[in-house]
Design a protein around this ligand. Sequence first.
Ligand code: GTP
Ligand code: SPV
Ligand code: MN
Length: 582
Amino acid sequence: MTDNKKALAWIEEMKAMLNPDKVVWIDGSDEQINALKKQGIEEGTMIPLDQEKLPGCLLHRTAANDVARVEDRTFICAKTKEEAGPTNNWMDPKEMYAKLTKLFTNSMKGRTMYIIPFIMGPAKSPFSKVGIEITDSIYVVLNMNIMTRMGNIAWEELSEKGDFTKCLHCTADVNPEERYIVQFPEDNTIWSINSAYGGNVLLGKKCFALRIASFLGKNEGWMAEHMLILGLQNPKGDIKYVSAAFPSACGKTNLAMLIPPKELEGYKVWTVGDDIAWLRVGPDGRLWAINPEAGFFGVAPGTSSKTNKNALLTTMSNTIFTNVALRDDNTVWWEGHDDETPAHCLDWQGREWTSDSAEKAAHPNSRFTAPAKQCPCISSEFENPAGVPISAIIFGGRRAKTAPLVYQSFDWNHGVFIGSTMASETTAAAAGAVGVVRRDPMAMKPFIGYNVGDYFAHWIEMGKKISNPPKIFNTNWFRKSDDGKFLWPGFGDNMRVLLWILDRCEGKADAVESPIGYLPKREDLITDGLDISDADWEELLKVDKEVWLDEVRQIKELYAGFDRLPAELAEQLKALEARLNK
Ligand code: GTP
Ligand code: SPV
Ligand code: MN
């Protein structure tokens, strides 16, 4: 436990409001976690899986109305609407506290209040931050145990750091009409109610490590980003680190654990993180990154030994599956799994399902929660409190047309411009229509905890502080032919693009200057073993002037909606238009 007065006072205050029957302090011990697993199984919220095939693994199903982040129910309650900015929902903090206090009052009557102290980041790292999550859900406790360093280790960290983020969650009755995921940045506080799904309730993840942390980072001079971090080792054994921001369900976990194709023998990828990066300028003037998380909350469908063997191997034990299908032998299955479609199983809602059913067996946003240290390619630097130095930053998304396979920005500010204009076709990771192109600056639109214009300005400021900045790139693994097929094989073959990126960082590869940035020459990409026609190559690397002029029109519209757009970005847009018209 703790003697931190602020923590004790906050816990008492919450307890008085929530009125639980019982209070349990989470110490993170194996005995306690095992007892909670057992209790979850007895209560029916956790379903045990075959303990020989999947030791330590459990299945959980969420309510059918509660299967993804809910952006329309997510609020940044800064002091003023302008501070929250045009990309966030806002309500006056006083009004929101009053509204939510009504919902939280007595919400844990008849329930247990769990107190979870946790660290985001390795213990004793200057990057790391402490949080305390209060929840009524065993599922949340068990997931936080995988996703964060939690329990007594966090009380120790708190006694050093002094401050913490106050995280409050109550499942209540999962009423979507009264569902609120609310950040109060100025109070370092998160309140979440009426959901029991992943990103809405594992408050260390998107709510803290991105929304609150991006706000702290702006004030303290560092960055919290929706980025994977990977180390790329060459045959000589040298390792260079890259971070990449792609929107939800656009390939971060896959790229972070990539296995190179056989033509690239001797190269290897090491995973530092698959979703979130905290970045600081190091004493050497480079940008250094840690992964604040301790586990992966990854998309299950599409995960197979062909696409992401390392992820699959990571989930073979001690993993919680959410909303996947349950086979008759008590193992799990999802669309895109190695094993063929089962004749019979229970779908993600626990309903009878057969192979001729028209519906999907696993929910498209079904997930696994797995400990990072089980990953076969986890980086030796994963626990390094100093983090890893970043050579390149990659932005990317799903664009059937427009964006070429890869291009490099002319400089830092041009890179910030590229990130600010990112667009992607929507996925099942958030509630709403799928496949619609939406602008998602830096893959952070749902996660920036303050005004988006100030966020861009912070990126530009950071560029001035980093004397040896990473080079910035854009990738698109999802370009399609006119008949709707992916032109690029993706997955392991993305290594070919990473190698060009690193060669560019080291001044080893040539490039063609285009109006949008530097494009690779086809001969500078390692293409052995690829089966891509000349016409498809041309399409993959094409920058179509008319399409890009239309892109410029769309960016103008996007920027017109931003009240605090930095002048540097307006200039970048003008310069792009001029280059296209030249
Ligand atoms: P979040 O956890 O929501 O932030 O997602 P993520 O960015 O980690 O995405 P993930 O790696 O889980 O990939 C999501 C989906 O994209 C999966 O269905 C993958 O199979 C698919 N995918 C990943 N990489 C590629 C690729 O290179 N090409 C193609 N075509 N699909 C890919
Ligand atoms: C995402 O949607 O980007 C995720 C899953 O990583 S969640 O934790 O639900 O946000
Ligand atoms: Mn994510």
